[in-house]
Ligand binder design. Sequence first.
Ligand code: SF4
Length: 60
Amino acid sequence: MAKVTVDASLCTGCGLCENTCPNVFKVEGDAAKVISEDTSSCDVKQAADDCPVSAIKVEE
Ligand code: SF4
């Protein structure tokens, strides 16, 4: 299972990652947080690539 983290100091809370992987990311306030590291049902690497501020890190 991948280790997924969001750097809250970079995150703008745009919600893109939550749209891509709603079971992994949830925007709370002005930053996204990781609510599950079960990435089996979505492309978390795509979410990381799409993040406009590169706040998402994925370690296999
Ligand atoms: S896509 Fe990036 S900037 Fe947007 S909410 Fe997710 S982590 Fe934050």
